[in-house]
Design a protein around this ligand. Structure first.
Ligand SMILES: C=CC1=C(C)c2cc3[nH]c(cc4nc(cc5[nH]c(cc1n2)c(C)c5CCC(=O)O)C(CCC(=O)O)=C4C)c(C)c3C=C
Ligand SMILES: [Fe+2]
Ligand SMILES: [Fe+2]
Length: 342
């Protein structure tokens, strides 16, 4: 009988906060054509000719503020998820990062060394994006074909609309919501608008009302729709009025138009519009990372306070909460069982 295993895949972090390590990481990340989707020559000019001249030093400073004795929060938390899941399932569980180390290849190798020939690969992103889910699958397939042609991989699909995930997220938020808040903001990582048009097989998404309609076939690949859907379902579970919630998109890079509204602009302005006490959550990330611990918890708080806010409450990601590990287990087991059907 074929031996099965699980590979949890997250984005990845630099190996340290040294400027050169951050530069190496950003080079691999931003030269991915699913992230900066220009022709190679224009991507190289932008990334290597402009971004890598100044950003590594700035990002290294930001990483220093979140780094722990054990390393990058994103990697440390992914390892914790792995260890907890390993206690619940009887197949080997390893981790792999899309960028830097431990790589997807190293993760597959570890599984193969334990005799695994059928892998359930879990991209740890609730919503689909070309720059996350799609690039993970593309990379894993490239590695599989080149290095492990006899290995089969089953991919877990985006789970933003699965009841078990929505219930888990809603319960987690409910537990951490402060008693008094004027608004709950859902801040998702942004993507360039062009990415959404590019991955829409129906070419019908207009990045407007279509993302919030319920019956559009473009939604399977519409990151914006999937973020709105996650929000809508969670606020229904929490019994929160829509008027008390805000959706926004953070972490934009470069001069392209990214999906709106932007988190930083929203945070700077809502204080003046009566939101004095804010709770904020970042459901595009399952684990806390630079983008939540620094960009939102520190910079975001400053922006909000500067704009007239009075209290700012950051709600952590699911991280290694037991209820989330149970969801990971169920999603993995469904795919493990798929192998028996083929
Ligand atoms: C959650 C999903 C993510 C999407 C979608 C995404 C798209 C995306 N990101 C960049 C550029 C950068 N992102 C950076 C950090 C970062 N991004 C995500 C997740 C998504 N990115 C995570 C989890 C992290 C944190 C990594 C960590 O080590 O903690 C960075 C690096 C940090 C910095 O210099 O600001 C960049 C750059 C683009 C261009 C993009 C879509 C096209
Ligand atoms: Fe990012
Ligand atoms: Fe859409």
């Amino acid at each position: 009988m074929n031996k099965k295993g699980i590979l949890l895949v997250n984005l990845g972090s630099p190996r340290s906060t040294a400027v050169n390590d951050v530069k190496e990481y950003l080079d691999e990340f931003l030269m991915d054509e699913k992230v900066i989707d220009y022709r190679w020559i224009f991507r190289a000019l932008l990334v290597q000719g402009i971004i890598l001249k100044t950003r590594p030093a700035k990002s290294a400073e930001a990483y220093k503020t979140v780094w722990t004795d054990e390393g990058s929060p994103l990697i440390v938390i992914t390892e914790k998820i792995q260890k907890k899941l390993q206690k619940l399932v009887d197949v080997p569980v390893e981790i792999g990062m899309r960028y830097a180390q431990p790589s997807i290849e190293a993760g597959i190798q570890k599984l193969v060394d334990q005799g695994v020939t059928e892998i359930v690969l879990f991209p740890l992103y609730p919503q689909y994006a070309m720059s996350t889910t799609e690039t993970v699958i593309e990379k894993a397939e490239e590695v599989r074909k080149k290095k492990f042609p006899k290995v089969k991989i089953n991919y877990i699909q985006p789970f933003y609309n699965r009841d078990i995930y929505i219930n888990c997220l809603a319960e987690s938020i409910k537990e951490k919501l402060p008693e008094n808040f004027d608004a709950l903001q859902f801040s998702y990582h942004g993507v360039p608008e062009r990415h959404i048009y590019k991955t829409d097989p129906t070419k019908t998404c207009n990045l407007n009302d279509c993302c919030s309609r319920d019956d559009n076939p473009s939604h399977q690949f519409c990151y914006r729709h999937q973020c709105y859907k996650t929000t809508q379902r969670v606020i229904e579970k929490l019994n929160l009025p829509k008027e008390k919630t805000i959706v926004s998109f953070q972490s934009r890079l470069g001069k392209d138009k990214w999906i709106e509204p932007y988190t930083d602009e929203t945070l700077e302005s809502i204080g003046k519009n009566g939101v004095k006490n804010l709770a904020i959550v970042c459901p595009a990330f399952v684990s806390d990372c630079l983008e939540t611990l620094e960009e939102i918890s520190v910079e975001g708080k400053e922006q909000f306070m500067h704009g007239g806010g009075e209290s700012f409450h950051y709600i952590p990601c699911l991280n290694d909460e037991d209820r989330w590990i149970d969801v990971v287990k169920i999603l993995c087991e469904e795919k493990l069982n798929d192998f028996y059907l083929v």
